[in-house]
Design a protein around this ligand. Structure first.
Ligand SMILES: Cc1cc2nc3c(=O)[nH]c(=O)nc-3n(C[C@H](O)[C@H](O)[C@H](O)COP(=O)(O)OP(=O)(O)OC[C@H]3O[C@@H](n4cnc5c(N)ncnc54)[C@H](O)[C@@H]3O)c2cc1C
Length: 527
């Protein structure tokens, strides 16, 4: 049934959503609070003297009183997500999902909901144990190469800010389903309508465990601390697994490969099988930290700076070298975190808790890297480049995360002391020259980008801002090709999510997992 969509409803920043009926009544639209479905809430901070929230709501036209014609009113369908019809092919093995990041979790959830009892195989630990392992690594430096900030239940985004926004369109309701699922398992309801939904690392862990319990309740199964090491093509496929109890083989009708972009072993294994893959540009650079109070002041102005949630930003610039430079995965009130997966190199990223109440704001400040930086010798040139800069970061920090004051980075000096911005980093750090990680072209691009961003956000190029390195896992340097039916050129293998090159972020990876699971449902009978 069509809903009446009412947009551009303005509320003061001190007003709660309970004021929506009153605001609607001013537009001669009368309804009960329980009949209001909030579709979108955004903060309009363009005018620093009049910052306010702007809502869009959906109402049942029959229940919303006399409707006047006017701007900001329309009728629209809000299509709920629905599972596809099951296919008729029988199966000779199980449907197996490799990886329990957002892509694998949502593929598993959809298969389980449709009665396909998926088996989910994850090299790392269940999220609760993984949290302890990761915290121990950050505090004591002992890395578990199979269970860390990138590997383990929940995938790479578990120790993150949990931003759920995505640029992808949602004609089939998948994004709404994903956000509703996050809310159902513990995220704040506002993730379903905020224009910048954010969960926080503390809440994400509960959501991930809740989704796992639901999958198991619906007949799915999990194997943790179990790694896919090889696939023998055929019908069924044979999957070779390495677990705590040793190696084993299982038969699979289909395998959804949702292994993320840090599983370099999977790319090499697929290459050995003759899977079609291509090289792909990605982006690399540093994390930059500022005082969150300075970012709030720059974004909200003096009048509102102390009254609103921690401010964010998103910036881009075409640098003097011709390279694109941009900020990425900004974490308001967050922490820089060590996300290394091996002891040869160091890579970092950012996370926040749900309250976003850390003293610093951090964000990646990165330049596009492509063939001009790593050559075009073969499809793994980007992977080798990624490894090389992670190794250089480790050397720059003498074995731990290198950190440098911005003014020292720009003038090529070591950092004896920090200024007003003290690094807020989970993992061991040491002052080091982060410029040594990159070529002159990348350093010149990033330095120019930081200068340009200082024109947009006053404190961005503050001499006391802190850089750390290296931000290298922004997206996959390799794409695993698949046909329109989501299958690779090797029958039964379905590459999926960010590692395969079809997503960038938690929500788009989850949506890709759903699409691949839907294809399996359309083909096969439930089992
Ligand atoms: C610290 C951090 C912060 C981030 N913050 C955000 C954010 O706020 N918002 C956002 O949208 N994105 C964020 N991202 C990016 C986001 O996490 C990824 O885009 C997303 O997790 C990709 O999902 P995926 O399921 O494709 O892969 P992944 O999440 O990488 O999951 C892959 C899974 O496969 C498992 N696996 C790998 N190889 C094997 C194997 N051989 N056998 C068995 N299991 C295997 C891994 O252990 C892992 O659990 C962040 C990433 C990091 C690291």
């Amino acid at each position: 049934m069509k809903k009446l969509i009412v947009s551009n409803i303005k509320l003061d920043i001190t007003d709660s959503e309970e004021k929506l009926p009153e605001a609607l009544a001013k537009r001669k639209i009368f309804c009960e609070p329980e009949d209001i479905l909030i579709v979108r809430k955004a903060l309009d901070a363009r005018d620093k003297d009049n910052i306010h929230y702007v809502y869009t709501v959906a109402l049942d036209p029959a229940k919303s009183g006399r409707i006047r014609k006017g701007s900001g009113l329309s009728l629209a369908d809000i299509k709920p997500y629905s599972l596809p019809e099951s296919g008729s092919s029988g199966v000779s093995g199980r449907h197996v999902v490799i990886g329990s990041g957002p892509a694998g979790m949502f593929a598993g959830l959809i298969l389980a909901k449709a009665g396909y009892r998926p088996l989910i195989i994850e090299r790392g630990q269940p999220v609760g144990q993984r949290q302890k392992t990761v915290e121990h690594f950050w505090a004591a430096g002992s890395l578990d190469p199979e269970s860390n900030a990138c590997f383990g239940e929940g995938g790479a985004g578990t120790f993150s800010d949990g931003k759920l926004n995505t640029g992808i369109k949602d004609p089939d309701g998948r994004i709404r389903f994903i956000l509703e699922t996050f809310a159902r398992f513990g995220a704040d309801r506002s993730v379903t309508y905020s224009n910048k939904p954010h969960v926080g690392s503390d809440v994400l862990a509960k959501v991930v465990a809740g989704i796992r319990e639901e999958i198991i309740k619906l007949g799915g199964e999990y194997l943790f601390r179990t790694k896919l090491t090889a696939i023998i093509p055929g019908k069924p496929l044979t999957l070779q697994l390495e677990g705590e109890g040793g190696s084993s083989n299982i038969e699979a009708e289909s395998v959804i490969l949702a292994t993320g972009h840090s599983a370099h072993d999977i790319y090499h294994m697929l290459s050995g099988l003759g899977a079609q893959m291509t090289q792909k540009p990605f982006a690399a650079g540093f994390r930059i930290e500022h005082l969150q109070s300075d970012i709030n002041l720059a974004q909200y102005g003096e009048r509102y700076a102390g009254m609103l949630p921690a401010a964010d930003y998103k910036l881009s610039h075409k640098s003097i070298t011709g390279k694109g430079v941009y900020t990425f995965c900004m974490c308001p009130g967050g922490y820089v975190v060590d996300t290394s997966t091996d002891s040869e190199g160091i890579c970092i990223n950012g996370m926040s808790f749900s309250a976003r109440n850390g003293r610093n704001a951090n964000s990646a400040v990165i330049a596009v890297v492509d063939e001009s930086d790593f050559g075009s010798d073969d499809i793994f040139a980007g992977l080798r480049y990624q490894k090389a800069i992670e190794k250089a970061a480790r050397e720059a920090g003498g074995g731990v995360i290198p950190v440098q004051r911005l003014s020292d980075y720009l003038s090529g000096k070591p950092t004896p002391d920090f200024g007003k911005v003290l690094p807020d980093i989970k993992g061991s750090i040491r002052a080091g020259s982060v410029s040594g990680i990159f070529s002159d072209v990348i350093n010149a691009s990033i330095a120019d980008g930081i200068k340009a961003f200082g024109q947009k956000i006053k404190c961005f190029d503050d001499e006391d801002a802190v850089l750390s390195g290296v931000e290298s896992r922004t997206s996959s340097p390799v794409k695993i090709l698949r046909g329109d039916n989501f299958e690779s050129n090797i029958s039964g293998i379905f590459p999926c999510g960010e590692g395969a090159g079809y997503a960038g972020g938690i929500t788009s990876a989850a949506a890709d997992g759903m699409k691949v699971a839907e294809e399996i449902i359309r083909r096969y009978r439930p089992c």
